[in-house]
Write a protein that binds this ligand. Structure first.
Ligand code: FNR
Length: 365
């Protein structure tokens, strides 16, 4: 269908489901076990309701902000997700170019299908990226990547996101069932046939499941960029991240792809806001998983999140429509965020405070 018929992010998913190969659809859409967490990541946002204010002039709204020290046009970023070429021949390049034009940050997956060199070549001179790292069993391979990233011009990489919620792959059965073909990332990672095991397992054999908090000091020896731990799921671990000297965390459960029945990230953010609001001042708290609407973004920001990531929506958007799809997805989110701000009676993201929302008790649907 023509891109003009796409009104929201779910429309991209519907199109993707009709055009993707079985393998790509299974890899992108799959989640652990019965996909309860994947579903709940999104529905948990329904706990939060708005208290809009009236009679406040809202013609001019500004949804720009700062993410890891970089000026961005929107409080959203592209979560690092592997293998965009399974959906479109240009893969992650579609996202890099769209993010550069829109001035938002893109997370580059360690298992991206476009090579790091190509991504750097696609980057606009003032564009900030974040590199997502999985620690390799062969530490020198990870050290090489960090060295290469630090050789880039200042500002090219805003931070490193170290993913810590997937020491082993989650059990993604639809990915395992899909007809397997050869897969290859754009990096030094293994790849090979996904037959019987799924794409996730085929590309992740190098990841070291045996890392502990001392990995932070290893990191600091090898990289000066801010460190964000991705996949933090408890208030205690946010505190440990801060105490160990990390600059940020992503409250995330890998889009429901790792531990089934891990809590929705927005529920973790609510708990953090209620029990340890001080931590939200000390360390940058980002969040991803199940974010599909501008109002979801506004809710997370009202609770103190500094940035909100979206994974699958961008994979689906570029699968159906390439770079134009990615740009359209960003524009849809911008329109939804701006409309939400106006209807809430605010003109700047700084005005989003806990007073603007009501939090209902947790429920399970
Ligand atoms: C991911 N995600 C992910 N995370 C990561 O740290 N490294 C990776 O290589 C990948 N790869 C990946 C592939 C695919 C197909 C998906 C769907 C996800 C997780 C991603 O960064 C993010 O946490 C979730 O996608 C967020 O949930 P939503 O927005 O997809 O609901």
């Amino acid at each position: 269908p023509p891109i003009g018929t796409i009104l929201n992010l779910d429309d991209f998913q519907r199109v993707a489901q009709t055009i993707l190969t079985d393998q790509a659809w299974a890899y992108y859409s799959s989640a652990a076990d019965d996909e309860i967490t994947k579903h709940f990541n999104r529905s948990a946002y329904s706990r939060i309701w708005f208290k809009p204010r009236i009679l406040r002039p809202v013609m001019e709204v500004d949804c720009s902000t700062e993410l890891m020290g970089h000026d961005v046009s929107l409080p959203i970023y592209i979560s690092p997700a592997a293998m965009a070429k399974l959906g479109h021949p240009d893969g992650e390049a579609n996202l890099t170019k769209a993010a550069g034009e829109a001035q938002i940050v893109q997370g580059i997956s360690a298992n991206a299908s476009v090579s790091l060199d190509e991504t750097i070549a696609n980057r606009k001179s003032d564009q900030a990226l974040i590199y997502q790292l999985y620690v390799n069993k062969d530490r020198s391979a990870s050290e090489k990547i960090l060295a290469k990233i630090q050789k880039q011009p200042k500002g090219a990489f805003a931070a490193i996101m170290l993913t810590v919620d997937a020491p082993v792959m989650g059990n993604r059965e639809s990915d395992m069932r899909a007809k397997g073909e050869e897969v290859q990332t754009g990096g030094d990672t293994e790849g090979g046939s996904s037959e019987g095991k799924g794409v996730g397992v085929a590309i992740s054999g190098y990841i070291d499941p045996n890392i502990g908090w001392d990995i932070v000091s290893w990191y600091k020896q090898h990289c000066k960029l801010p460190l964000i731990l991705k996949g933090v799921q408890t208030v205690d671990d946010v505190e440990l991240a801060f105490k160990n000297g990390c600059q940020g965390v992503v409250l995330s459960n890998h889009g429901g792809r790792s531990l089934e029945y891990s809590r929705a990230p927005i529920d973790v953010l609510i708990e953090l806001h209620q029990k340890r609001p001080d931590l939200l001042q000390k360390i940058d708290v980002l969040i991803d998983g199940g974010v599909r609407r501008g109002t979801d973004v506004l809710k997370a920001l009202a609770l103190g999140a500094k940035g909100v990531g979206l994974g699958r929506p961008f994979l689906y958007a570029q699968s159906g429509y390439g770079q134009e799809g990615a740009s359209r997805a960003i524009q849809i989110m911008k329109d939804e965020i701006e409309r939400g701000m106006r209807l809430l009676g605010i003109t700047s993201l700084k005005q989003l405070t806990p007073e603007m929302i009501e939090i209902l008790p947790p429920s399970f649907d």
